[in-house]
Write a protein that binds this ligand. Structure first.
Ligand SMILES: [Zn+2]
Length: 314
């Protein structure tokens, strides 16, 4: 079974401690983050990343120039922080909205706006989407399908967002490998084939998860370079491969590493407080990519995953 790696990056305006939006809006996370720091690394390891773009990024002319230059080297998709999307767009202090809390028509209009903005910016339809704060709900997947998307990547297996304020966005029971979702219940596998594929973020339970009392407090492990070490990151990838091999006899295995563009710039997210912390995030990402190269793990965009499964099924 071949193993494939998606690197999917939520792209937004520069934030800061507590995820506070920098004023006036700035986009160093695009110009320096993507162009100068991430893209050279991806080129070195021949990785095709997927940059998922929040509306404010696509309204910034300089950011659009950087992103347009990536053609052929990266997939571009969309990322909804509803505060920045019409109707009712504004510049929030913190992007706290979950799209599952909008009524269906407001969610539809904001997704339509985001998708139209993408088409106006790049002249094509986006294929892949991730909700801000992973906050999809019961209407989201059908709306995305109707707008022509082929991949959603908002599902975070083993995690729910109840404590963050969105019990509706619960993915504790979700599969960790790509699946055709029941569009009304994103966590569930559809009983009939649909047009949309869910490519969940790769998350494994804590190694302590089975232990009474302690297990309930142990945090799931994300394939995410934000914290930890290269060894721990590689371990998550290896554990998911072992799990997938035992669960699916002959399917391709897909790993989906996520983070934000702003994490690689000091003080543009809650994570990197200085250059050395930003460098450490990039070094952990480089460590994962070096492991993937050694292991013969192939890179692909989120939007390439449906055709991977279609070609393997035929
Ligand atoms: Zn986001």
């Amino acid at each position: 079974m071949n193993v494939y790696l998606c690197v999917s990056i939520d792209c937004e305006c520069d934030k800061g401690p507590g995820w506070r939006t920098q004023r006036p809006l700035s986009f160093i996370g695009i110009s320096q983050g993507i162009r100068d720091r991430l893209q050279p690394l991806f080129r070195r390891f021949r990785v095709k990343p997927t940059y998922l773009l929040s509306p404010e990024v696509m309204r910034d002319a300089r950011s659009l120039d950087v992103l347009a230059d990536l053609r052929g080297d990266a997939e571009l998709g969309t990322h909804l922080h509803g505060e920045f999307a019409e109707p009712g767009a504004f510049e929030p202090d913190v992007t706290s909205a979950f799209q599952c809390h909008y009524d269906r028509e407001t969610e539809r209009l904001k997704l339509q706006y985001l998708t139209d903005l993408f088409r106006g910016s790049f002249g094509c339809l986006p294929r892949s989407f991730r909700a801000g704060r992973f906050g999809i709900g019961k209407h989201s997947l059908r709306l995305l399908q109707d707008l022509g998307y082929s991949v959603d990547s908002s599902v975070t297996p083993h995690v729910d967002w109840k404590r963050a304020g969105a019990p509706e966005a619960s993915f504790r029971q979700a599969a960790t490998q790509p699946y055709q979702p029941d569009v009304d219940h994103p966590e569930r596998v559809a009983s009939y084939p649909g047009k949309l594929l869910e490519v969940p973020v790769t998350i494994r339970p804590s190694s302590l998860a089975g232990i009474p009392l302690i297990g309930g407090l142990a945090k799931p492990r994300w394939l995410r370079p934000t914290r930890g070490s290269i060894d721990r990151l590689v371990q998550v990838a290896q554990d998911e491969i072992t799990h997938a091999r035992s669960s699916y006899s002959d399917r391709a295995i897909v790993l989906n590493c996520m983070f934000h563009n702003v994490e690689v710039i000091p003080l543009a997210s809650p994570y990197a407080k200085n250059e050395s912390e930003a460098d450490a995030i990039i070094e952990r990402l480089a460590g994962l990519l070096a492991w993937a190269e050694r292991e013969g793990v192939l890179s692909l965009g989120l939007g390439d995953v449906p055709s991977l499964f279609a070609s393997l099924d035929s």
